[in-house]
Design a protein around this ligand. Sequence first.
Ligand SMILES: Cc1cc2nc3c(=O)[nH]c(=O)nc-3n(C[C@H](O)[C@H](O)[C@H](O)COP(=O)(O)OP(=O)(O)OC[C@H]3O[C@@H](n4cnc5c(N)ncnc54)[C@H](O)[C@@H]3O)c2cc1C
Length: 402
Amino acid sequence: MSDALFPADYLEARDRYRGFMDEHIYPSEAAIEREDDDSFLLLDELRDRARAEGLWAPHVPPEAGGTGLGFLYYACLNEEIGRSLYAQLVFGCQAPDAGNAEILHLFGTEAQKEQFLRPLVAGEVRSFFAMTEPDVAGSDPTLLRTRAVRDGDDWVIDGHKWFSSGADGAGFAIVFAITDPEAEQHRRGTMLLVPADAAGVEIVRSVPVMGHAGRGWNTHCEVRFEGVRVSVENVLGGEGEAFRLAQKRLGPGRIHHVMRWLGQMQRAFELMCRYANEREAFGGPLAEKQTVQNWVADSAAEIQACRLLTMDAARKIDGGSEARVEVSLLKFYAANALVQVIDRAIQVHGARGLTDETPLAQMALHARAARIYDGPDEVHRMVVARRILKSFRDGDGWSFAD
Ligand SMILES: Cc1cc2nc3c(=O)[nH]c(=O)nc-3n(C[C@H](O)[C@H](O)[C@H](O)COP(=O)(O)OP(=O)(O)OC[C@H]3O[C@@H](n4cnc5c(N)ncnc54)[C@H](O)[C@@H]3O)c2cc1C
């Protein structure tokens, strides 16, 4: 794998993360996976150690309390961090907190930063992002129904959300609510910062996802907001700005996901190749069967394509672009590559691939959701195609070089 993509100091930092993961995270994965009290204590210990070693919160810059140096830096680190499903939590950069921290950093007032961002980045509290609702299509946020109505110096929120990841035990939420139903479609919503202990916030349940209800940070909760009052001071980024902020949050958030998937894909790929060389059937190693060779070749091509697409989008975002087409293209392409690469690795392992002797089964369980969260494949394809086609209608067409 060529590392010409990254400057030397990024690679040195990545080596430090790799060393930490080899020493502390991979040996702890089985214990963390049990999700009992001991596993939570172990996570706390690992988080303290990561802080002490200066590896904490690499997704945000020092002025926001982190150790980050921008998107490309974070992409580089994530080829390591992403390899373990638990490492993001250990390094304090787990979803959805990472994306929430970013919009608070970009759009929060000084008071909001002090109350919400500082403890979030420090790892003293977790947060959730409450946008999706069970009763309307999450792909089309103009359909959202959760309402906030102004009453004096307060907003009063009523609504029903689900798939609020990490809501169990979180300290606060960023809630997407409709505040002006008469406004132009994309000016109707506002983001509100809501303490989780505010009267009227009810975490109804952790919705089991593919048989797993989770605990704490890895839950996806159904949440009700009934007459929840927050001050006008809790508006994030301005009234009517929710759609714009959602784009700002979800764009980087999607790249964060893909960066982690790169780590997952590479780990699955390595397991597949090693096992194909070891395991013998019908007179020789699996590595000599052409079907397996096809899987290896296709996976290598897809992983490298995802790496290059990720670096391209990360550079553009670091340069101030929203990179909407690049991010959407990357999101659906990488989600499918992730599912495919892990599935091929399982197939090469036969029944062993479904056991907990390898991390592949857990990886597959989490991977399937990638084609849905932060926008299903079909919506991202639509965004890419619409924008490219429009560029041909309006001007010279789409340039891959921009
Ligand atoms: C693991 C996980 C974690 C999540 N975490 C969060 C979170 O923290 N906060 C949050 O607010 N939400 C979260 N979500 C919700 C997620 O963002 C939504 O599921 C997603 O936006 C899709 O919305 P939906 O489920 O309502 O599907 P719908 O919008 O109802 O879409 C259903 C299907 O319709 C098809 N479809 C939709 N539009 C089109 C189109 N234009 N063309 C063709 N086909 C189309 C797609 O195949 C799609 O899968 C999470 C979801 C998952 C699975």
